[in-house]
Design a protein around this ligand. Structure first.
Ligand code: NAD
Length: 498
């Protein structure tokens, strides 16, 4: 067993038994063929947490071969048997919830309570897919000739590459791998370079759950080797599917790479969510929803409210209450500290982007109501920030901030605000608060997004299809629709049936 040089925070939290620093390929813990490693840092204090394998070209070929060979065995298992193994993996996540959460907080920074919530949610996604696998039905179609019978078989796509971001290092993997494995695909998981330890801990639990060797693989790359090695992975014709979550820019690049071998692709990309407060809204509920949506994971979720539009008649009341709620309910600090709700941002680059968005807005006339600067703790901590006087020429109108900045725009009528909300290349989530039932229908239908929160700032559940329109991506995760992303439909036409 390969063990990581433990970070102080993890020794004390007994998560060490799940810590791995080698990749998991073909049922083995494997070091890089060229012996390279890279360092993972704790974003709360900049300390090195672990040295993790930076896998090489040869390793990419090996992981694809393993996943391809094991596919023939895995796809033949009955859905019931596959479902049992997937379900056991979900149970093990729950059993090891606190240790997994400690790993997430250490390498990603989020508060420990939120990390525990993430692991629980991840387990529910996995359990959902384990159950749904039992309901993958084919079809018998009406026949076009007397002696013909027509069938549709649903078959797993094949080897699936699953490339994930750092913001939900457990759940993003669970959502993809749960569906892929339940559908009968084999999985090659490539986690974010910032959060490989969570992915490797999930592989440790997958091994314990009993996936046959080669069915569940995790390959890790450092930042510098990622572009080249991911391209090799996607150039390989044996990989038949890419499911990617990350930024729109990288998603587009990977779609181009997949085009060469016509892979199936699912893309969960960036958002720029609008959050609209209409004049009939319950203002206290809207303030709570705004805190939930905007500040979860310190503003680092793809469905975070990025642009807040408030009707002129309730603007001042909403802003005063939001500022008060931010001051009283949000506490910035290291994720292991009791009561903290806002951890650090993931990198210095992320802090620089937030600072750029605030400076740009202020230079164009926005007012800082609260926050606006780095937190006194320094490092990668930023003050929860409320800006008023936001306008459509400011950077956050067209770019995801991915940080704890709440810019408020003032509006006067519904058509105007819906047009502005839709005036962005992306369309992932949108929220609005209203108690006018006709307006609720009109606006829910008019927003150009994949998901709408009406009088609710939180949307994610395993029951519902998660995904976007426009440049927010293709395909859906979660819900009964998600398994289809990993299944091909095969039409069988049987003649001569007399
Ligand atoms: P990112 O695009 O930088 O990285 C995502 C993954 O792609 C990582 O595994 C990374 O190593 C890999 N990658 C980066 N550059 C690459 C390259 N040149 N070639 C191949 N692979 C490469 O995104 P991120 O910063 O990790 O995550 C934040 C982004 O993810 C935000 O835009 C956010 O909105 C989006 N996101 C979307 C969803 C969704 O469900 N739609 C969910 C979470 C995050």
């Amino acid at each position: 067993m390969s063990k990581v040089k433990l970070a102080e925070s993890l020794i004390t939290r007994s998560a060490s038994s799940l810590l791995r620093n080698k990749s998991y390929i073909g049922g083995q813990w494997v070091a890089s063929a060229n012996k390279q490693v890279y360092t993972v840092y704790n974003p709360a204090n900049g300390e090195a947490v672990a040295e993790v394998a930076d896998m090489a070209e040869e390793d990419v070929a090996q992981v694809v071969d393993s996943a391809h060979q094991s596919f023939h065995q895995w796809r033949k298992l009955s859905y019931k048997n596959r479902s049992g193994i997937v379900s056991r993996w979900g149970e093990l996540l729950l059993k090891n919830r606190d240790d997994l959460a400690a790993i997430v907080t250490t390498e990603q920074g989020k508060p420990l309570m939120d990390a525990k919530g993430e692991v629980t949610l991840a387990a529910t996604y996995i359990q959902w897919f384990a159950e749904e696998a039992k309901r993958i039905h084919g079809d018998v179609l009406p026949n076009h000739a007397d002696d013909h019978r027509l069938l549709v078989l649903k078959q797993p796509v094949g080897v699936a590459a699953l490339i994930t971001p750092w913001n939900f290092p457990v759940n993003m993997i669970a959502r993809k791998a749960g569906a892929a494995l339940a559908a009968g695909c084999t999985a090659i998981i490539k986690p974010s370079e910032y959060t490989p330890l969570s992915a490797l801990a999930l592989a440790d639990l997958a091994e314990e759950a009993g996936f046959p060797p080669g069915v569940f693989n995790v390959i890790t790359f450092g930042e510098r080797s990622t572009p080249h090695n991911v391209k090799l992975l996607l150039d390989n014709p044996l990989v038949r599917k890419l499911s990617f979550t990350g930024s729109t820019a990288i998603g587009k690049l990977l779609m181009e790479q997949c085009a060469r071998t016509c892979k199936r692709v699912s893309m969960e990309l960036g958002g720029n969510a609008s959050f609209i407060v209409f004049e009939s809204a319950d203002i206290d509920a809207a303030v709570k929803g705004c805190i939930d949506s905007k500040f979860r994971n310190t503003g680092q979720t793809c469905v975070c409210a990025n642009r807040i539009f408030v009707h002129d008649s309730v603007h001042d009341e909403f802003c005063a209450k939001l500022a008060a709620a931010m001051r009283t309910t949000l506490k910035v600090g290291p994720g292991f500290e009791e009561g903290v709700t806002q951890g650090p941002l993931i990198t210095e680059k992320a802090i620089a982007k937030v600072e750029r968005h605030v400076a740009d807005a202020v230079s164009r006339g926005a007012t800082v109501v609260t926050g606006g600067t780095k937190h006194p703790l320094g490092g990668q901590f930023f003050e929860p920030t409320l800006l008023t006087g936001a306008t459509v020429d400011m950077a956050f109108a067209s770019e995801e901030t991915f940080g704890p900045v709440a810019p408020v725009f003032r509006f006067k009528n519904e058509d105007e605000v819906v047009d502005i909300a839709n005036n962005t290349k992306v369309g992932l989530a949108g929220y609005f608060y209203s108690r006018d039932i006709c307006q609720i229908w009109r606006v829910a239908e008019a927003l150009e997004v994949g998901m709408v929160g009406v009088n609710s700032g939180l949307l994610t559940t395993e029951f519902a299809p998660f995904g976007g329109v426009k440049e927010s991506g293709l395909g859906r995760e979660g819900s009964r629709y998600a398994l289809e992303e990993f299944l091909n439909k095969k039409y069988v036409c049987m003649g001569g049936i007399n």
